[in-house]
Design a binder for this molecule. Structure first.
Ligand SMILES: O=C(O)CCC(=O)C(=O)O
Length: 302
């Protein structure tokens, strides 16, 4: 992937983020909102994921939880092995030089504890140069009542942060977040491809049926993949080079301590960059969602 650079007026060297999507309309939407929704999986790929879901007996545990926590390492590998080639097909079709890194199932159970709180995903690449994404694929039609994804549009452009194991949320809590984020109603098998920096979450599932989805992390082919741990004792962040194996282990929390002994630490970061409340409030205030509610009210009053 060619990283281009230019000199700005004050003579500092700036990187131009490489183009991500083949389709220019996808690229424009990505730059503006931080995500795209694209045509869905083939019926054959949906069927193969559904077959595995039945075989491993995915069930309702009342939470939104990843298969890396709900299942053994062997089953997690089986899921990863099925999803990686499917995601690579999507990368080849829609994206420029992206590859799948880690695949898992995310199952939303039923009831009051089934919310996925709003968060940004773990940092996977050097975000000064690259962008990494999740491909999130609902395996039933989703709307606000059964736990569709909600996204704060444009939040991929917020200040630089490090995100990872035990690192506290890098942005201040948002009051009543699901009223402020955009609800992404989607059809079964459609593809939501969102930047890992986007603030997102999914509300409680008010229906009686679980809401399964597949999630695959993807990154530029030539990027180094990292994982970041927060060490509370000396208030620092440890940067490690991460492959899919390490990431699978980390996402099944029980292995976390072992992972911390891996000797692939690259550096220890003392400062912890965060996003200010003013930045978030400004984004919410100017979000397309707020604007469209306002324009509807104004149109109604006319
Ligand atoms: O599946 C969901 O409801 C949320 C998934 C999510 O937030 C994530 O994968 O980061």
């Amino acid at each position: 992937m060619n990283q281009q650079a230019f000199r700005s007026k004050n003579n500092t060297l700036k990187c131009i983020q490489p183009r991500v999507f083949k389709n220019p309309e996808h690229q424009i939407q990505l730059e503006k909102k931080g995500y795209i929704i694209a045509q869905g999986l083939s019926a054959e790929n949906i069927a193969s994921i559904e077959k595995l879901i039945l075989q491993i007996k995915v069930k309702d545990n009342g939470y939104t939880s990843p298969s890396t926590i709900d299942f053994s390492a062997d089953v997690s590998k089986q899921i990863n092995d099925l999803l990686i080639p499917i995601a690579n097909e999507i990368c080849n079709e829609l994206m420029i030089d992206y590859t799948a890194v880690l695949g898992l199932l995310m199952t939303k159970g039923v009831g009051n504890n089934s919310e996925m709180y709003v968060h940004q995903d773990w940092t996977l690449v050097d975000e000064n140069i690259f962008s990494s994404f999740n491909i999130w694929i609902p395996l039933v039609d989703v709307c606000k009542d059964n736990g569709a994804m909600f996204i704060l549009e444009g939040s991929h452009k917020l200040s630089f942060t490090f995100r990872g194991s035990y690192i506290p949320n890098c942005f201040p809590a948002i009051d009543a977040p699901f009223n402020k984020l955009t609800c992404l109603a989607m059809k079964k098998g459609e593809l939501l491809i969102y930047d890992h920096r986007c603030i997102h979450g999914s509300p409680v599932n008010k229906t009686q049926n679980i809401r399964p989805s597949a999630v695959i992390a993807i990154a530029p082919i030539n990027s180094i993949k990292y994982h970041y741990f927060y060490k509370d004792d000396n208030k620092s962040i440890v940067e490690m080079v991460a492959d899919s194996n390490l990431l699978t282990q980390i996402t099944s929390q029980s292995e976390l301590i072992d992972c911390m002994n891996f000797n692939n630490t690259m550096r220890v970061i003392q400062e912890m960059p965060t996003i200010s409340e003013a930045e978030i409030l400004n984004l919410i205030e100017n979000s397309p969602k707020k604007q469209s509610v306002l324009s509807r009210i104004l149109a109604f009053l006319k």
